[in-house]
Design a protein around this ligand. Sequence first.
Ligand code: 3NM
Length: 207
Amino acid sequence: MSSFNPLSLRKYFIMGSQNVKGNPVAVLEQAIQAGITIFQFREKGPGSLSGDSKIKLGKELRAVCSVHQIPFIVNDDVELVDKLDADGIHVGQDDQSVKELREMFPNKIIGLSVSNQDELNNSALEYVDYIGAGPVFLTTTKVDAKSSVGLDWIRFLRAEFPEFPIVGIGGINTTNASSVLKAGANGVSFISAVTRAEDIKEAVSKL
Ligand code: 3NM
């Protein structure tokens, strides 16, 4: 297992170039200045980069996180984890198995999305550092997002696993973030709450 600190889940910012109009590096810098605690590079979906341009952007974002000592997580791309020397990887249920990932990356952070009881039954949590639980609320950011699971899913997971690190995801914004924490999550993860914010500093501070 990695030496993962669950406090780092508190404000978990996720972004790819497809999520922003301007320069993603500038957005990440502002978000870090404003107080995010961990970052995931998720270059995925309509309008996202691939190949060399994905790697180039990843290196730039990785460097910003290194300077500020913010953990840098890669979404579902094993090769990119190595290329960018990421601190960890986040995967979904249909991606590479967490058992294989743990063999590959004994000391990196491994996050797994878990959206319902069936997925939970199929999840080898002994290889995982944290669960991403969601979508808690309706999200328009991820085209293939499942229907929202609500705060009850967070409450259920917390009751089942009193100590396991859990981060809520999906439709979390400055207004509803506190309800996710009250339901038992260690933190909140978000894309549009920051990438579509008029004032990133204010948004991160409220989150
Ligand atoms: N994963 P926003 S929901 C990347 O449920 C992602 O696993 C989800 O974006 C899941 O904060 C989601 O803008 C999109 O709703 C989150």
